[in-house]
Design a protein around this ligand. Structure first.
Ligand SMILES: [Zn+2]
Ligand SMILES: [Zn+2]
Length: 166
């Protein structure tokens, strides 16, 4: 959604409310396309005593896969956003992390979508103690023990087990 921010900066308008959804189904995050459902962006851009702030909630249903066993996971993510907006070229843009330079006519997705993507987790699990899959036969170890002989992953300490104390 495009908003005319000039009106807010010059005080013609006091606030702009927005509430819209965007299709981000082609957006790839950590080798997945998690946004099968439209993502909702709602909030307000407001001029308070000359300072233009944007507060928003990003709400996204997520379709992911467990990074251990590969099972599909449905999850929900809500990202609160709080930004100060300044016109392009405003020197205060460099002062703080939450200050964003914007155009007179600004596409909100350009500001908000990166906030959602930065908040995504690199690895998700279907449950905290997911046992994953057997790397030999592919069995889901949450369901059954397949019986394969699997060497324990090497750790720097595994060598200690072989030291005999005489
Ligand atoms: Zn899992
Ligand atoms: Zn197995």
């Amino acid at each position: 959604m495009e908003v005319l921010l000039r009106d807010l900066f010059d005080g013609t308008k006091r606030f702009i409310d927005f509430d819209y959804t965007t299709d981000l189904s082609e957006e790839e995050v950590f080798f997945e396309k998690p946004f099968k459902d439209p993502v909702r962006f709602s909030g307000r851009i407001e001029n308070r005593a000359g300072v233009v702030s944007l507060t928003a909630d990003i709400e996204a249903a997520l379709s992911l896969h467990c990074s251990r066993c590969g099972k599909p996971i449905r999850d929900f993510k809500a990202v609160p956003v709080d930004m100060i907006l300044v016109p392009q070229g405003d020197p205060s843009a460099d002062e703080a992390e939450c200050v964003f330079e914007v155009r007179d006519r600004q596409e909100l997705n350009e500001l908000l979508v990166p906030e959602l993507l930065l908040d995504m987790d690199m690895a998700v699990l279907c449950k905290e103690d997911c046992r994953g899959r057997c790397f030999k036969c592919g069995a889901d170890l949450n369901e059954k023990e397949c019986g394969c002989v699997r060497e324990e992953p090497r750790s720097p300490f595994s060598v200690l087990k072989n030291i005999q104390i005489k």
